[in-house]
Structure formats: structure tokens, C-alpha cells
Design a protein around this ligand. Structure first.
Ligand code: GDP
Ligand code: MG
Length: 151
């Protein structure tokens, strides 16, 4: 089963959108595998966003992301990475369709309330970074997929 790292950013936590984001992943049928509220250090955020180091917005991104606590989560299920990205919407909320999380809750690219891994490899890298003590994935009998589907 595929895993993805979904994180509610400081503005999403501040605005009280954590429950809404959890609800959407739950009702879609993904399994909540890990969850932590954490006030991340700049070092952790610089590592998380290391691919964007050369971007002009990098310093403001690190400031924004370290401005308050975030809620980091691991969600597990079929095609979790790609489907998670679809549920989030586009990087720029103004390009995000209504019905997506960003499309329903924000308008600024620099305040886009949530993060989702963009590939299976980055998901595994991010899960190892944010949950260094490891994440135990146990199949649950009450997951929607195991109730209604064989595989
Ligand atoms: P994501 O995977 O959709 O989150 O987008 P990226 O990985 O490309 O960028 C990471 C985060 O940096 C985005 O979610 C935004 O919060 C921020 N970001 C990306 N592009 C811009 C930009 O052009 N301006 C600003 N201010 N922030 C940006
Ligand atoms: Mg990204």
C-alpha cells in the first residue's frame, strides 16, 4: 500500500482547517497512519524543502512554515500520493479547482494551507524526515477498501 506525507501548514492550523483536511482524507477512504502536531525548526524545514533552495521565495517560505505549529500526517492507501495531490489542488490556489482543498480554502500561493508529497520517493523521504522514529503501518479491518474490495 502506498503512503503519502500530508501536512497542514501554520495558516491551516491557525485557521482551524485541520479537521476539514483530515475529514476529506478519511471520507475518501485513506487510512490515517501517523499524526503529529509539531513546531518545526528552520533546519527541518530547509531539509524538507531542499529542492527549492535556489528559489527567490525560499527565505519567505521558511519564515512562513516556521511561524507556528504544523500537523504532519501519513495517509496510506491505493495511489495515495497522486490522489492526495489531486485532493490538495494546484500549488497556486487561484489555479485550484473548487472542490479541492486549496481551491476551497485559500487564494495566496504563499499561504496555501497544506503540503502533499509529489512522488512516492519524496513521500518516503518526507515520512522518514518528519517521523524519524518510524511509522508502523497496520492493516485495519474497518478501512473502506478492505470492507468493499478484495485487493
Ligand atoms: P507544492 O508541492 O504544490 O506545495 O509546491 P512546491 O513544492 O513547488 O512549493 C512548495 C511551497 O512553496 C508551495 O506550496 C508554496 O507554499 C510555496 N511556493 C511555491 N511557489 C511559490 C511562489 O512563486 N511564491 C511564493 N511566495 N511561494 C511559493
Ligand atoms: Mg512540493
Amino acid at each position: 500500500m502506498e503512503r503519502t506525507y500530508i501536512m497542514v501548514k501554520p495558516d491551516g492550523v491557525e485557521r482551524g482547517i485541520v479537521g476539514e483536511i483530515i475529514k476529506r482524507f478519511e471520507q475518501r477512504g485513506f487510512q490515517l497512519t501517523a499524526l503529529e502536531l509539531i513546531h518545526p525548526s528552520k533546519e527541518l524545514l530547509e531539509e524538507h524543502y531542499c529542492d527549492l533552495k535556489t528559489k527567490g521565495f525560499f527565505p519567505s517560505l521558511i519564515e512562513y512554515m516556521s511561524s507556528g505549529p504544523v500537523v504532519g500526517m501519513v495517509w496510506t492507501g491505493k495511489d495515495a500520493v497522486k490522489t492526495g495531490r489531486k485532493m490538495l489542488g494546484e500549488t497556486n490556489p487561484l489555479n485550484s479547482a473548487p472542490g479541492t482543498i486549496r481551491g476551497d480554502f485559500c487564494i495566496e500561493v504563499g499561504r496555501n494551507i497544506c503540503h502533499g508529497s509529489d512522488a512516492v520517493e519524496s513521500a518516503e523521504r518526507e515520512i522518514a524526515l518528519w517521523f524519524p522514529r518510524g511509522v508502523k503501518t497496520v492493516a485495519r479491518s474497518h478501512s473502506i477498501h478492505s470492507l468493499f474490495y478484495e485487493n
